[in-house]
Design a protein around this ligand. Structure first.
Ligand SMILES: Cc1ncc(C[n+]2csc(CCOP(=O)(O)OP(=O)(O)O)c2C)c(N)n1
Ligand SMILES: [Mg+2]
Length: 627
C-alpha cells in the first residue's frame, strides 16, 4: 500500500490537524478547536506562529489566532469559552518558552479542577540540546531532561512532550480523546520544543482528514440503577444537589421532570446554579457554606441525598457538616466514577441527562410526602423575602454589595450571563442570585481564581455573541488581571464590566475577622507610621481611570439609581464598558447558617485568636466523615 504523505513542520501539522477536528453530541457537530489564543516569543514565534500565519495565508487550515495580554488570562478565556459551550469545544493556547509557558500553569489548574477542556501548547527548549542552556531554560544539574513544563504534569489530564515529529500523531489523538471525554476532561498539555516545532517531516495524509469525536452520554448500568433506586425509594426527606454536570450535560429539563415527578427539592452548587429555574416550586437555592438557610435546613434533615454532577466541594458540604442526619445516605449520579464514589455513596456512573431520565422512569409512583413538600416550599418562600430585602437594603452612605447584585439581577435579561470568580461576590451570588437560564450563572468556584473574571468573561462572550455578558469584578481581582480589556477592545468583543470597589478584600477581611486575625493586611491602605501596619489612609488609586486608559468606556456610579442608569447606557453601547461603583465592605449580608472549615491557631497570645479558636473547636465537632 502506498501511504500518501505531505511535508510540513511539526507546528504546521499540528495546526492542520486541529483545524480538522470536530466534536458531536446529540447529532450536533461543531469544530472541536475553533481557535488559538497566544502570546509569541522564542519557542513559538517561528513554530506555531508561522504555522498559524501560513494557514491563514493559504486558507487551508482555519484556526483563528487571538492575541492575549497575559498567558494565565488566555487560559481563563479558553475556559470561559469551553464552559459556555458545555465542554463541546475547546481553545488551544500557545506560549513562548519559560515564563510565557509557566504563566499558564494556574490556568491549567483552574481548567482541570473545574473539569473544563483546554489544549495548552507551552514551548520547550531544544530537543537536540544544541545550544543549551537557552534563554529562560531551567537547568537541573541532575538531569538534562527536566524543564519548567514538567510543572504542568500534576495539573494536566494528559501531558506529553513532543521530542520527535513521529511522536506527534499519537499524542494528538490522545489529546483529543481526553478533551472530549466528559469524565476525563481538563487541561491537556503538549510541550513543544522550539526546534521540533520548526522541524519538517513527511506526514501521512490520513493524519489531516476530518475526524469526529463523539461526546458520549453513558447510560447507567441496570444493576447500579436498581441499587440507586432501591435507596431512593426508601427516602422520606430526600434532597437533590445539582452540580455543574447537570448544566454541561444539558440535563436541566431532565432534572425538572425528575423533580416534578418525585417532588424532591433541588439545591444547587456554584457550578450548578440555574440548572433549575430559581422560582421553580422545587428549587430551594444554593447549598452549603454560602448557600441558603432553606437548602441547608433541608440538607441537615435529609435521609438521602441525590448528588447529580457534583464533586462535593467543601463549600457544598459545609466542610462535611451540612448533611447532619446520622444515617444519611448518598446516591451519586456522575459521569466520573471518581465523583460518583464520594461519601460512600451508591454510585450511578452515567451522563446526568441519561441518568436522570432513567431515574424518572424507575422511580415511577414514588413521591415525597406532602409535609416534606410544604416544608421545602415554606423555607424557600421565607428565603425569597430575605433576598428581596438584601436586594433593596438602602444602605448608606455607600451602597451594599447585595444591592449592586440585586440591581444587576433585576436589570439583566434571562439569557444574559454574569461572570465572577473570587472575593466576597461568589458567596453573595450563590446565596442571592436568581437564575432561570442554565447558562446565565458563570461563577468559577472550583479554583476561585482572582483574575478569572474579565478574561473568563471575554471567553464567554466569544462563545455566546448573542448574549450580553456582565463581568462582576472586585477591586482586588481587577488589580490582578484587568489587561484583557485590551483584548476585548482589539477584537471588538463587547463586555459590560461591573467593578465593585470596596478598597481591598471584603471577603478575606471578614474571614480574618471571624478567625480572630482582625482584618490584618486585607485593606488597600497606606502604611501607617503610628501602627506600622497597612491601616493608614485610603490610597489615591483610581481604577476607573485605569480602565479608561485600557480603551474601555467608563461610567462611574455613586448610588444604586446611578448604577441602574449606567447599566442602561452600557447595554445600549456596542463597546466594552466598565461601570465602577464603590460599596461598603462592612455592609450586612444574610447568613447561610452553615460553616466553612478554615483552621484557627491552636495557641496564641492574641485574645481575638483565642476566642476564635474556641468557636472553631465547637464548630469542628459537627464535622464527620460520611462512611
Ligand atoms: C489568585 C488568587 N490569589 C489569592 C486568592 C485569595 N483571595 C480570595 S478572595 C481575595 C480578595 C479578593 O478581593 P476583591 O477582588 O477586591 O473582592 P472582595 O473580597 O473585596 O469582594 C483573596 C486575596 C485567590 N482566590 N486567588
Ligand atoms: Mg474588594
Amino acid at each position: 500500500m502506498i501511504v500518501r504523505t505531505a511535508r510540513y513542520t511539526v507546528a504546521q501539522a499540528l495546526v492542520r490537524f486541529l483545524a480538522s477536528q470536530y466534536s458531536e453530541r446529540d447529532g450536533v457537530r461543531q469544530r472541536l478547536v475553533p481557535g488559538c489564543f497566544g502570546i509569541f516569543g522564542h519557542g513559538n514565534v517561528a513554530g506555531v506562529a508561522q504555522a498559524l500565519l501560513q494557514a491563514h495565508d493559504t486558507g487551508e487550515a482555519d484556526l483563528r489566532y487571538y492575541m492575549a495580554r497575559n498567558e494565565q488570562a488566555m487560559v481563563h478565556a479558553s475556559v470561559g469559552f469551553a464552559r459556555m459551550r458545555n465542554r463541546l469545544q475547546a481553545f488551544a493556547c500557545t506560549a513562548s518558552i519559560g515564563p510565557g509557558s509557566t504563566n499558564m500553569v494556574t490556568g491549567a489548574a483552574l481548567a482541570t479542577i473545574n473539569r473544563i477542556p483546554v489544549l495548552l501548547l507551552p514551548s520547550d527548549f531544544f530537543a537536540t540540546r544544541a545550544a543549551n542552556p537557552v534563554l529562560q531554560e531551567l537547568e537541573d544539574p541532575r538531569s538534562y531532561d527536566v524543564s519548567v513544563n514538567d510543572s504542568f504534569k500534576p495539573v494536566s489530564k494528559f501531558w506529553d512532550r513532543i521530542n520527535r515529529p513521529e511522536q506527534l500523531p499519537p499524542a494528538l489523538l490522545a489529546a483529543m480523546r481526553v478533551l472530549t471525554d466528559p469524565a476525563e476532561t481538563g487541561a491537556v498539555t503538549l510541550a513543544l520544543p522550539q526546534d521540533v516545532q520548526a522541524e519538517a517531516h513527511d506526514w501521512p495524509q490520513e493524519l489531516f482528514r476530518e475526524r469526529v469525536w463523539y461526546v458520549p452520554r453513558p447510560v447507567p448500568e441496570p444493576a447500579a440503577l436498581a441499587r440507586a433506586v432501591q435507596v431512593l425509594r426508601t427516602a422520606r426527606k430526600p434532597l437533590i444537589v445539582a452540580g455543574g454536570g447537570v448544566i454541561y450535560s444539558e440535563a436541566s429539563d431532565a432534572l425538572r421532570r425528575f423533580a416534578e415527578a418525585t417532588g424532591i427539592p433541588v439545591a444547587d452548587t456554584q457550578a450548578g446554579k440555574g440548572a433549575l429555574a430559581w422560582d421553580h416550586p422545587c428549587a430551594v437555592g444554593g447549598i452549603g457554606a454560602t448557600g441558603t438557610p432553606a437548602a441547608n435546613a433541608l440538607a441537615r434533615e435529609a435521609d438521602v441525598v441525590l448528588g447529580v454532577g457534583t464533586r462535593y466541594s467543601d463549600f457544598t458540604t459545609a466542610s462535611r457538616t451540612v448533611f447532619a442526619d446520622p444515617g444519611v445516605r448518598f446516591v451519586n449520579l456522575n459521569v466520573a466514577g471518581f465523583d460518583a464514589g464520594k461519601h460512600a455513596g451508591v454510585p450511578l456512573v452515567a451522563d446526568a441527562r441519561a441518568g436522570l431520565d432513567a431515574l424518572t422512569r424507575e422511580m415511577n409512583g414514588y413521591r415525597v410526602s406532602e409535609s416534606h413538600t410544604s416544608r421545602a416550599r415554606d423555607l424557600a418562600g421565607r428565603w425569597r423575602q430575605v433576598t428581596d430585602r438584601a436586594y433593596h437594603l438602602g444602605h448608606q452612605p455607600l451602597p451594599a454589595q447585595t444591592e449592586v447584585l440585586g440591581a444587576l439581577n433585576e436589570f439583566m435579561g434571562e439569557r444574559d450571563v454574569v461572570v465572577q470568580a473570587a472575593g466576597s461576590m461568589p458567596g453573595n451570588l450563590q446565596m442571592l442570585w436568581r437564575a432561570r437560564d442554565p447558562k446565565q450563572y458563570h461563577v468559577e468556584y472550583g479554583y476561585s481564581c482572582m483574575g478569572y473574571e474579565i478574561a473568563g468573561g471575554l471567553g464567554a462572550k466569544l462563545a455566546a455573541s448573542d448574549r450580553e455578558v456582565f463581568v462582576l469584578v472586585g477591586d482586588g481581582s481587577y488589580l490582578m488581571m484587568a489587561q484583557e480589556i485590551v483584548t476585548a477592545v482589539a477584537e471588538r468583543i463587547k463586555l459590560t464590566i461591573v467593578l465593585v470597589d470596596n478598597r481591598g478584600f471584603a471577603s478575606i477581611g471578614s474571614l480574618s475577622q471571624a478567625l480572630g486575625s482582625q482584618r490584618f493586611g486585607t485593606g488597600y491602605r497606606y502604611r501607617n507610621p503610628d501602627t506600622g501596619l497597612l491601616d493608614g489612609d485610603v490610597l489615591p488609586v483610581d481604577l476607573a481611570a485605569n480602565a479608561a486608559s485600557l480603551g474601555a468606556n467608563v461610567l462611574r456610579a455613586r448610588t444604586i439609581a446611578e448604577f441602574g442608569a449606567a447599566l442602561e447606557r452600557a447595554t445600549s453601547s456596542d463597546q466594552t464598558t466598565v461601570v465602577c461603583i464603590e460599596t461598603d465592605p462592612l455592609a450586612p449580608v444574610p447568613s447561610s447558617e452553615a460553616w466553612w472549615d478554615v483552621p484557627v491557631a491552636e495557641v496564641s497570645s492574641l485574645a481575638s485568636t483565642q476566642k476564635a479558636r474556641e468557636a472553631y473547636e465547637e464548630a469542628k465537632r459537627g464535622q464527620r466523615p460520611y462512611l
